[in-house]
Design a protein around this ligand. Structure first.
Ligand SMILES: C[S@@+](CC[C@H](N)C(=O)[O-])C[C@H]1O[C@@H](n2cnc3c(N)ncnc32)[C@H](O)[C@@H]1O
Length: 335
């Protein structure tokens, strides 16, 4: 199929096939965990999907996995999709009601929960399986970093160390809150990107646009420093250190690096570039709205002006690779 122009994707949902490939890596551990819960509990199985975004990938994930569980169990299932209050929940709920969504599977129910997972968001001993794909690496705060759009890639070594410490205590906090929410022997299935050297999409085009906007005086020094995508990819050692700290809470079932084996080919190139452009534009839009404190119309004009530029930059910046990922499966040790 010949694809052309950004109109082929409407939103994050549709431009997130790269994230979907990663989430699907949780499919086998998830089915295994469903079996484990089915054997050990009689009640409705409660599943929390932490950081679901607009739900497109979650729907694809549950569409693929739940029918396999239904082959051997009819137990009721309740899925709660969680993201920040600012998430586009209209799209989430429309996506969930799509004709091919998992919600049509008998005895499967769902709801949405717009609250930060930094705090406890379920009662004690409530969730049987928590899953989270590409969300627990988001940091709880922004950093003012002048030299780099990804705060964790800054050349300021002291700041870099501070960010690493924030990322560490944030992750420990997330694991501690989830521990309270999980039932005894409940499972937490996590995929996070690991440390990557240099910049990756969509940060590369945004970094260039950020520099250009500053050079032309469209944004000031303070704004340039605050345009960040606050995420942090941990090294193997950092993940090890965090798991060591929570070993009294969880039994580690799995802790391994997973590579993204996807390759760029002539056939998938056009669709891939289109999805990168959309992601880059979405990120730029979010960043500008957050840090440029001007009226909405002005921010809109800046975005319009740089939309075209970002498209050209994506076309001309050679794509190298995606990050690697870490898959972690934990089981709650009864209190
Ligand atoms: C890269 S998206 C991943 C979405 C989806 N899980 C997937 O695999 O496509 C990360 C999501 O995590 C959400 N997120 C980040 N920090 C969060 C927090 N503290 N509480 C709830 N959601 C959060 C973001 O809003 C975003 O929608």
């Amino acid at each position: 199929m010949k694809l052309s122009g950004l109109h082929i994707f409407k939103d994050y949902n549709q431009a997130s096939s790269n994230q979907r490939r990663v989430l699907i890596k949780l499919a086998e551990p998830f089915i295994d965990s469903l079996q484990h819960i089915d054997t050990n509990f009689n009640e409705t199985i409660v599943i929390s999907d932490y950081g679901s975004a607009e739900g497109y990938n979650s729907v694809a994930f549950f569409n693929q996995t739940l029918p396999r569980f239904r082959e051997f169990s009819q137990k009721p299932i309740m899925i709660i999709h969680n993201d920040l209050p600012e998430n586009n929940w209209n799209t989430t709920f429309k996506t969930l009601e799509d004709s091919d969504s998992y919600v049509k599977i008998p005895n499967v129910y769902f709801s949405g929960l717009g609250r930060t997972f930094i705090q406890q968001i379920f009662p004690n001993n409530y969730v049987h399986i928590g899953i989270s794909s590409l969300a627990f690496h988001f940091l709880p705060q922004s950093f003012s970093v002048f030299d780099h759009i990804c705060p964790s890639s800054t050349n300021d070594l002291i700041l870099k160390q501070q960010i690493a410490e924030v990322a560490h205590s944030h992750f420990i906090n997330i694991l501690t809150q989830r521990y309270k929410e999980l039932v005894d022997l409940g499972r937490l299935l996590i995929i996070i990107p690991t440390e990557t050297v240099g910049m990756l999409y969509p940060a590369v085009p945004i970094q260039i646009v950020n520099e250009n906007m500053y050079a032309k005086g469209v944004i000031n020094e303070e704004e340039k420093g605050k345009i960040t995508i606050p995420t942090y990819g941990k090294s193997d050692e950092e993940i090890q250190r965090a798991l060591e700290e929570v070993k009294h809470l969880y039994r580690i079932i799995e802790n391994k690096k997973v590579d993204d084996d996807w390759k760029l080919t002539e056939e998938n190139k056009e669709e891939f570039l289109e999805s990168l452009k959309l992601l880059a534009i979405k990120h730029l839009e979010t960043c500008l709205k957050r840090v440029v404190k001007r009226d909405e119309e002005e921010v809109k004009l800046i975005i319009e002006e740089y939309r075209k530029e970002i498209e050209v930059i994506v076309e001309n910046t050679p794509f190298t690779r995606f990050p690697t990922f870490h898959l972690i499966i934990l089981e709650k040790i009864p209190f």
